[in-house]
Design a protein around this ligand. Sequence first.
Ligand code: FE
Ligand code: ZN
Length: 239
Amino acid sequence: MLEIVPVPAFSDNYIWMVHDADSGETAVVDPGDAAPPLAEATRRGWTITQVWNTHWHPDHTGGNAAVKAATGAKVSGPAAETIGARDVALAEGDTLRIGSHDGRVIEIPGHTLGHIALVFEDDRIAFVGDTLFAMGCGRLFEGTAQQMHASLQRLVALPEETALYCGHEYTLANARFAAHAEPDNPAIAARLAEVEQMRAEGQVTLPTTVACERATNPFVRASDWQEFARLRAEKDSFR
Ligand code: FE
Ligand code: ZN
């Protein structure tokens, strides 16, 4: 079993730490800042051996060099992007390993052109960066609406119990937009109420699951890329 813990960073990032007790390995996903995961590793007595990046944005890679300098961790990130301190370039179909757990790389362009997800199929876990968020999706900084729509559909084609670990705590704002986009969807209304409660209590709303996103994420539920594009444009200016 992999143990996965969120380390908050900046205003709303989560740096996920993945610990494999059998091998004693620990991976850090998207360390935009080195200090929080290094402190968490010390607190837990974990040794960081790997860094995994989903995309090049500084809030996901800014701590790569310092984590590597402090721990000797091997840094793996998307081949198609410029990733600081990278040792291993990852492309579609490549495999990552922590202990005896294998992760597969899938390319999911849209937020950035080289964005990847790391899918641990046997563990029913995927790290999806800034492509899919709970009840939402990343902005289209580099890719097209067609690409992002296809990338989201790839993610929700994973087994429905798959846990999706996203890069930011955006769930409440996304839930409010989802309730606006689908006012008659009872699953969205129920989840909005639940998320409001969780955030009021300071709880982390992630991970989400494929099944949950299929039921409550308007961007996933869009029937085609044109509807997706309309929703994404509307969300960009939604208050
Ligand atoms: Fe990003
Ligand atoms: Zn980000």
